[in-house]
Design a binder for this molecule. Structure first.
Ligand SMILES: [Cu+2]
Length: 313
């Protein structure tokens, strides 16, 4: 286990070990007593059964001891849980967005990332949103987990990381076919390093070097945003239409109840990403794809378009 990766680890692990210890004690204890009784009270040694009726002393013992044990469990559980619910008034605020099937994280200065970057030894307060269905954000190493419910306002989770490194972050609420694709990382950085990274707004606009392979950059966006969970590149239909050969084709769509054909061009792609339900590709259901407004920038759309074009080559 990643011992001590956040301030909650000790509290949660204490409760866990306490309960596990009691369970083991009874597992072994009861098994031993059972074996002992098998031996002691078998028919040869103890041919005549005896009926014992009523014993106040025994009743008190088997009430008081279990009560003490469960109160002990409650105590450790409560002590570990309380600080999680006491969200500090100051900290780094980040909005976590979940959708089928990817996470994205938005910082106050407009940076949007697929991995969660946080400073060490600093309170981090996540506001949890879900666009489509219920997801749940889980960081096992930090011992935090909270459901992400569409429409639930001010749903927050906080933690303070205490060790540098990368840790798994994943969705722990079965949210559809590709639920298992919903995993990413939390990267814990030294505070100075974090603030340098944060202030570096070149990250808001992607640095595209001259001569860079635009189609490849577009492909990386499409992969990291989870588009390929619904759109195939090989002509097959997953949940949405395939991207193969789509560029430049005439798409049969339904727009506000009217059948029409539109050219699969830049404007169509842009509108499909920002307003997916404006045109519905015939044969597909609306309400499957959710708007990426605020999550995918205009510049990223240009790169996605380069990638889609490249599929025709
Ligand atoms: Cu999910």
């Amino acid at each position: 286990m990643n011992s001590g990766a956040s301030t909650f680890v000790e509290g949660v692990d204490n409760a866990f070990i306490f309960i596990l210890g009691i369970s083991f004690f009874f597992l072994i204890g009861i098994t031993l007593v059972m074996i002992l009784f098998l031996y002691r009270y078998n028919k040869k040694k103890h041919p005549k059964a005896v009926q014992n009726a009523g014993s106040t002393k025994l009743e008190i013992i088997w009430t008081v001891i279990p009560l003490a044990l469960v109160m002990g469990m409650f105590y450790y559980g409560y002590v570990g849980w309380k600080p999680m619910k006491r969200i500090p008034s100051e900290g780094v605020e980040i909005t976590a967005n979940a959708r089928m099937w990817s996470f994205s994280f938005r910082y106050d200065n407009g940076r949007v990332t697929d991995k969660l970057y946080v400073p060490k030894d600093t309170a981090v307060i996540l506001t949890l949103n879900a666009v489509d269905v219920i997801h749940s954000l889980y960081i096992p190493a930090f011992r935090v987990k909270e459901d992400m419910v569409p429409g639930l306002a001010n749903n927050r989770l906080w933690f303070e990381a205490t060790k540098l490194g990368s840790y798994s972050l994943f969705c722990t609420e079965y949210c559809g076919l590709q639920h298992s694709y919903m995993h990413t990382e939390v990267v814990v950085m030294e505070p100075e390093e974090f603030w340098t990274w944060y202030a570096d707004t070149t990250g808001v606009a992607l640095p595209v070097e001259e001569g860079a392979d635009l189609a490849l950059l577009g492909r990386q966006i499409v992969e990291s945003k989870g588009c390929l969970a619904c759109h195939s590149l090989d002509g097959s239909t997953i949940i949405g239409p395939t991207f193969k050969g789509a560029w430049g084709s005439n798409v049969p769509v339904i727009t506000q109840g009217q059948q029409r054909e539109v050219l699969f061009d830049y404007d169509y792609v842009r509108r499909s990403i920002y307003e997916p339900d404006y045109d519905i590709h015939q044969g597909y259901r609306p309400g499957q794809m959710f708007s990426y407004e605020g999550e995918i920038s205009e510049q990223q759309i240009e790169l996605i378009v380069e990638f889609l074009k490249s599929l025709n080559e």
